[in-house]
Design a protein around this ligand. Structure first.
Ligand code: ADP
Ligand code: MG
Length: 263
């Protein structure tokens, strides 16, 4: 397994509450080499928390996360992260933004330049090397974000609602772009979304998260890509996921108040 999440618990210290509230309660999930996994769930169910744990930005209270069998205990170049809000350096050009990672890792200048050009071409930004992020559209900024993450040649690519800030048409185009890039480079991907259609369009498997901090279930999507969202098979997956999400929706607090409050 490239990525193993083993019985992970995570809570944050609430300022006033007397109960310890676990955002994640015993999450276990694995990803194989080159697999595309989505984390799907309602806002506030802990998707970003789980992604930040994998990224090593925060630590679990219990359990562990392994990348290639090595325990995560902080951020590292083996994980590339793409955020919704791009997080590009505004004072660096496209080329400089993408070259930053390889340079920090100590890749010699010539090789870093060659790598950077390769990833710029991969994401379709040839000709924009010397442009600053401010002058780019949202979709192009996110291409830079993807190239920058891939330039570290990570084992796992982590994406937190990367297309959430884009308009519908750009978003659809970027999904296709991401699939093309993923098929070419084939990193293991953990992709956070609250869009059912996005998860079905992209994923090998979808991990449905519940508001109780557990995994509601894992759904494999064995449809050939590119996937036509109008086929009965696609719509069947959407319907099943809708039902899984409704079952663990806001009403779950009332259904299971003790579990929700946590230990
Ligand atoms: N640093 C933090 N401190 C306190 N609470 C947090 C922190 N980060 C996240 N949370 C809480 O954890 C829950 C899950 O948040 P998050 O992982 O961002 O959900 P999602 O990404 O699925 O919308 C939310 O209730 C949120 O308020
Ligand atoms: Mg989030």
């Amino acid at each position: 397994m490239k990525l193993a999440i083993e019985d992970v618990y995570k809570s944050f210290d609430p300022p006033t509450a007397s109960h310890r509230r676990f955002v994640l309660r015993g999450v276990t999930l694995q990803a194989a080499q080159g697999e595309f996994i989505s984390l799907l769930g309602h806002s506030g169910c802990g998707k970003s928390t789980l992604l930040n744990l994998i990224a090593g930005y925060i630590r679990p209270d219990r359990g562990q996360i392994l990348i290639d069998g090595m325990r995560v205990d902080g951020p590292g170049a083996d994980r590339g992260v793409v955020f919704q809000e791009y997080a590009l350096f505004p004072w660096y050009t496209v080329h400089e933004n993408i070259a930053f990672g390889p340079r920090v890792r100590g890749v010699p200048a010539g090789a870093a330049r060659e790598m950077t050009q390769r990833y710029i071409a991969l994401v379709g930004l040839t000709g924009f090397e010397h442009v600053y992020p401010d002058a780019l559209s949202g979709g192009m900024k996110q291409r830079v974000g993807i190239a920058r993450a891939l330039a570290n040649e990570p084992i796992v690519l982590l994406m937190d609602e990367p297309f959430g800030a884009l308009d519908a048409l750009t978003r659809e185009a970027m999904r296709q772009e991401l699939l093309r890039i993923w098929l070419q480079v084939r990193p293991t991907v953990v992709f956070v979304t609250h869009s059912i259609a996005e998860a079905v369009a992209l994923s090998d498997r979808i991990a449905v998260m519940s508001l109780r901090g557990t995994l509601e279930g894992i759904m494999p999507v064995e449809l050939p890509r590119p996937r036509d969202p109008h086929t009965p098979q696609f719509l069947g997956h959407v319907k099943t996921l809708e039902q899984m999400l409704t079952l663990n929706g806001t009403s779950s607090h009332a259904r299971d108040p003790v579990a929700y409050r946590g230990e």
